[in-house]
Design a protein around this ligand. Structure first.
Ligand code: HEM
Length: 450
């Protein structure tokens, strides 16, 4: 195989009704093929206008140069609000700035090193689980389990087998198929008076997850007060004072943040890990090269060992290019703008699509091909700077980007060292965007102990 799967595009012209239907099913296959070539596209109907921008200088303008003029779209937040409340993922302006000042220090390089042993333990537990039941396995479920284990261990020092962790994990699983990260309103701003539709069960699931998280957070608050809290991510964040005001998060605000750490931290990493395992199975030569690199690792690799896995890291980067877990980002123009000589009215939705940018015909060489070595070429290096946004960019860049770039290669290293990962004939995955980019019928693979 030379090209890994991508979703079929819709015909160039379809009625609004058909577009809405396609969009509700999957935002990727609802788009026309021309978006892989376009520098900018406009969705215009009698009711709304939204603009997809695919041109590096415009993307830079929105994300890096004038981010405060292009806040997160409030319409986007609607779908996620029941679960995430006022979490850093949804807030804007001064509230968001304050939250980032408190959260960011916990994810800085040196402190990431302190978090690493918990990640390693989760990876080793995943290898042990797969050893007990080798053979055919569904990689998305497997990856969700290990990514959730990483988050529970790094955030609250509890493994996924802990009773509350297991309940949160199962409730999240049910939630993820119900609520796409982009609801229809992102592209199709509905009038304010129209009822927002959450799919049945979304609110109930959200309440259930939040009650569990609240118990964990309140318990931690007490442990901190008693001087008995472990030094994990939750403690780091809950004891961090805002350098400008000296204030800390209270329990309610921390619950919102914990909800986004679970969601952003496990859904995304799970999507990336499952696709990376699929690519290893589909491209055995690449798997051999990972094996060669990881067979030199000590039994318990440390943080620095993982940072030296150059090919494994490039393979993970290439996975995030082909299957960016967050396929589209949405912002809102707060004043009139002119993009490529076109008027962008105040209030218009601005869509930035890592999915299309990462496969853009005018930028990447052989854009649909799997080629981890591309990042060592001039074109690959230039595109890494200009057209590569798996973690977004600018001040709203993913808080967990550094975390994820250690976690992904570490898990791949441990798994490839222990197993030969192979494909299951006839089970080619079809990418679809749910909460993150997933496969329509799961990703079926075969693990044989080495
Ligand atoms: C492969 C893994 C990951 C990917 C691809 C990813 C991707 C992203 C992207 C694209 C955004 C920006 C969304 C937007 O602006 O609309 C984002 C934001 C965020 N991510 Fe991640 N993420 C990953 C892992 C993580 C992890 C492990 C954590 C935490 C433990 C995390 C926490 C967050 C938070 C808190 C935000 C909101 C930042 C803000 O709005 O200021 N992410 N992530």
């Amino acid at each position: 195989m030379t090209t890994p799967p991508r979703p079929a595009s819709r015909p160039d012209r379809v009625s609004l009704l058909r577009y809405l239907r396609l969009f509700r099913r999957d935002i990727l296959s609802a788009q026309p093929e021309r978006l892989y070539r376009a520098r900018m596209a406009e969705f215009r109907t009698p009711f709304f206008r939204s603009f997809l921008i695919n041109q590096p200088d415009l993307v830079r303008l929105v994300l890096n140069e004038r981010p405060m003029d292009f806040p997160k779209s409030s319409r986007i937040s609607e779908g996620l609000r029941p679960l995430l409340g006022n979490s850093v993922f949804l807030t804007n302006g001064a509230q968001w700035q304050r939250q980032r000042r408190i959260i960011d220090p916990a994810f800085e390089g040196g402190r990431l090193r302190e978090t690493y042993p918990a990640m390693l333990a989760a990876g080793q537990a995943a290898v042990a689980r797969l050893r007990e039941a080798p053979g055919r396995f569904e990689a998305e479920a497997f990856a969700s389990h290990v990514a959730a284990d990483v988050i529970f261990r790094t955030l609250f020092s509890i493994p996924i087998t802990h009773q509350v962790a297991a309940r949160v994990f199962h409730a999240f699983r049910a939630y993820q198929r119900l609520q796409p990260i982009l609801n229809l309103a992102a592209f199709i701003p509905l009038p304010r008076w129209m009822p927002r539709f959450h799919r049945p069960g979304v609110r109930r699931r959200a309440r259930e997850i939040r009650a569990l998280i609240e118990a964990l957070t309140a318990e931690r608050m007490q442990a901190i007060a008693a001087g008995e809290a472990p030094d994990d991510l939750a403690t780091k964040i809950m004891t961090q004072e805002d350098p400008e005001t000296g204030a800390r998060f209270d329990t309610a605000e921390m619950v919102d943040q914990v909800a986004i750490f679970f969601l952003a931290g496990h859904e995304t990493s799970a999507s990336a890990l499952a696709w990376a395992l699929y690519l290893l199975a589909a491209f055995p030569d690449a798997q051999e090269r990972v094996l060669e690199e990881v067979s030199r690792l000590p039994e318990n690799p440390d943080f620095a060992d993982i940072s030296r896995l150059n090919f494994t890291k490039n393979l993970f980067r290439e996975t995030l290019r082909l299957y960016p877990p967050v396929p589209m980002l949405v912002r809102q123009a707060t004043k009139c703008e002119k993009f490529r000589d076109r008027q962008v009215p105040s209030g218009a939705q601005i869509v930035i699509s890592p999915w299309h940018l990462h496969r853009h015909r005018r930028m990447w060489e052989h854009p649909d091909a799997f080629d981890p070595d591309r990042f060592t070429t001039e074109n690959g290096k230039a595109c890494l700077r200009e057209a590569y946004l798996p973690f977004s960019s600018g001040p709203r860049v993913c808080t967990g980007a550094g975390f994820a770039m250690v976690e992904g290669p570490l898990l791949l290293a441990l798994l490839v060292r222990a197993f030969r990962i192979g494909p299951v004939p006839g089970r080619e995955p079809v990418p679809e965007a749910h909460l993150t980019v997933r496969s329509r019928d799961g990703i079926w693979l075969e693990a044989r102990p080495r």
